[in-house]
Design a protein around this ligand. Sequence first.
Ligand SMILES: Cc1cc2nc3c(=O)[nH]c(=O)nc-3n(C[C@H](O)[C@H](O)[C@H](O)COP(=O)(O)OP(=O)(O)OC[C@H]3O[C@@H](n4cnc5c(N)ncnc54)[C@H](O)[C@@H]3O)c2cc1C
Length: 862
Amino acid sequence: MRPDQGVVMTSANDVDVVVAGAGFSGLYLVHRLREAGFSFRVLESGGDVGGTWYWNRYPGARCDIPTTDYTYSWDPELDREWTWSEKYATQPEILSYAQHVAKKHDMYPHITFNTRVKDAQWDDSTRKWTVRTETGEAITCRHYVMATGCLSVPKDPDIPGTENFAGGVYVTGRWPHEGVDFTGRRVAVIGTGSSGIQSIPLIAEQASQVTVFQRTPNFSVPAFNGPVSEDRKAPLLADRDAYRESAKWTRGGVPLPPSEVSALAVTPEQRREMFEAGWKRGELFSILGIFMDQSTNREANDLVSEMIREKIRATVKDPVTAELLCPKTYPFGTKRPCLDTNYFDTYNKPHVRLVDLNTSPIRTITSDGVTFGDETVQFDDIVYATGFDAMTGAIVSVDITGRNGTTLKKKWEHGPLQYLGLMSTEFPNFFMITGPGSPSVLSNMMVSIEQHVDWVTDTLVHMRDNGLDMIEPTDTAEAGWVRHGAEFADISLMKDTNSWYMGANVPGKPRVMLPYLGGVDGYRRACNEVVERGYLGFSMTGPGGKVCNDGVIRSVQPDVFIVLDMMSQMGLPPMESMTPEGAREFSNASGAMRPPGPEVGEMVDGTLPGADGSPLEYRLYRPATKGPHPVVVYFHGGGWVIGSHVSDEPMVRDLCVRSGAMFVSVNYRHAPEARFPAAAEDGYAALTWVNDHITELGGIPGKIAVAGWSAGGNVAAVAAQLARDNNGPALCGQLLLTPVTDGTKEYPSLSLNGEGYILTKSLMDWFWDNYADRKDRSHPKASPLKAASLAGLPPTTVVTAQFDPLRDEGNAYAEALREAGVKVTHIQAGGHIHTSISMVGVILSGEKHREKMAESIRGFFA
Ligand SMILES: Cc1cc2nc3c(=O)[nH]c(=O)nc-3n(C[C@H](O)[C@H](O)[C@H](O)COP(=O)(O)OP(=O)(O)OC[C@H]3O[C@@H](n4cnc5c(N)ncnc54)[C@H](O)[C@@H]3O)c2cc1C
């Protein structure tokens, strides 16, 4: 414990920590830093605590996360001594809660109000920051923490003539403390985001005329506000600690069971029933999570979006206004949805008018009104509800200069480069609370704030305990986290919408997904894991030495991570511990639970003669387009032991639809009943049979290729070699997805990726042992890479996956083919595992690779 603990030092100009901001983040920092015995100063540009709730005093300002959840958890007494009057409390009530906390915990003396931080400069020689304020103070500190808020810098309205207006001008995010009386006045409201939607009904209750200027309509759902319901209070009363703890491990920071129902898998009646139940709850996370796939699947989202539009149409009487208020240009949830009280109903009032800025743009604001479209309307007041420069605005509005004169503004000119949303390279000892790259605005911010403040304070304590005085992320860790964030954005519907989540509301701001989409739970796990793995991705130095444990915390694709995580929690027995029959049963049972893949034109089952004359089943997948079609003879995966002609069906259907080629998927004989070379020879027999019957099957003679995944890739590669060597079918191409190409050698990826990525090294050994004796593995029919020559093989596409034990042998085959003069397309799927690209409808990040595979197939036949 340090002697200065608890000492109030509002005038000290050299402290351990300077904090900018005294909203909920800054206040919790006061608590934690003081408790940990650090000297610190909090500088706040406003005149009191509360941040958001100090500034946003517009009529109707409320939280939109149920207030019982939007509260601190660190002081259990608060839950007992503070009673919220409503499900969604008003701004004054939340502000008084913040003031109550600050008074109760004697925080005021630590905070210097009306003091804006204007710049901060790092000095490498002293290893300290100098923080300067607009009031002329310069404070040196070891650590500088920005708790400056994600929605604290109102966006300047980019409308011509704003300076001309002589009437009342109000910005929702900077509302006058004395309030505004609009009685009898003509009011223009510009903007229909959350603040507009909350304030318009109340402004319309007073004003004689309200004109709302709307650029993009917003999805808004009724809050059904009122007293806090008994069922909301019950879990808190029953076991408050368990409830608060469970919030930390949810996606959004509010305990709600995640939906396990696809919007596409239920009847219209069931869908409607589930929607109405979600709607009635009047909670954002409920309506955002009615169906498990509404945020990732456009079709599922469209169904929900349409049901919300129906509600709007049912409320707004004028059909033209109703249509204008219906969001149609983006999926529900990809812009911040709103909660409202009487918003849509307000447009039924005769003195409320909606102007669509897309058809009637504002040409200029005049001294007494607004000129838009071909009319000018006079107003007494203009309310700008034009939103915020979100997430990065408050941070880059301070001139922050790190090591070697690097400024944060410059470093972030193409988007915020950061690690965990907490720190940024070249800016040692600089922390952000709920910064870009963390769940932040997509969560119940109270939960996210507490997690960040705890992480930062615990880290400072760790450093102090270990004689370390400087911390900075590594380049590798930062690049890895930024890539991980972008990969999440890639598989969400959000990336295509112009929202403030994407920085799209501020002209010139880089278009990057700002919050982290992996959820409060996923994010917390990553942060905890970083610490457990010795501050992975951070370099820390000081008198106590230097620690740098470089690395990337999340390297597999986000959806692959989620699947791996689910599987590890299921504790499944390793397949190699089963009998071959058991493994087949197990694999069939899990296959039955998959999404089926897209509809194809036709599926036909049949048999063809195998190499020993016995019948082999096949399933033909015909595209819906007019035939005849080029033909791909396809061999399934399963280590020569498991699987069948239908086991890869979702992917085969997907490739059939994408490529426009007909697929004939063949069930070759399996080991150990039929060991090497049965599968290889059946593959070639099937290929020749299909080629011989191509016209009857509906294919185009001469347009034939082979394809296969894993062991099926091995069968396909061998079939292509046998066709070349035996004057067989002239193939247009071969597509090999994560193929087995060489059983003679242990490539590094076999051990590097041999554990934890579904296909393990020991499972691969089991497959080989079932299929082929060691002496046979060097035969090119078992290991196509061992062929005397690879010259003369058809154009080849090889797909390898970064975390596949078979990656290196796939790479080696691609390289050897290229060296032999074969035209090779090598798709290297970063962040993928052996199985992930085949998981249609489950692993969305595999889709772009399947699209490239389909493009290759089209190329074979072009
Ligand atoms: C209208 C509105 C409603 C919201 N409703 C919800 C909700 O229901 N649920 C939810 O989870 N979140 C909500 N939010 C998000 C809200 O911002 C957070 O919940 C939370 O209040 C943020 O706390 P904070 O302390 O991190 O930031 P803020 O509350 O924004 O506080 C930051 C403080 O930093 C100060 N500051 C900024 N720059 C400087 C500087 N350079 N120098 C000194 N001081 C500076 C600001 O004056 C401000 O007081 C809402 C936001 C708004 C605008």
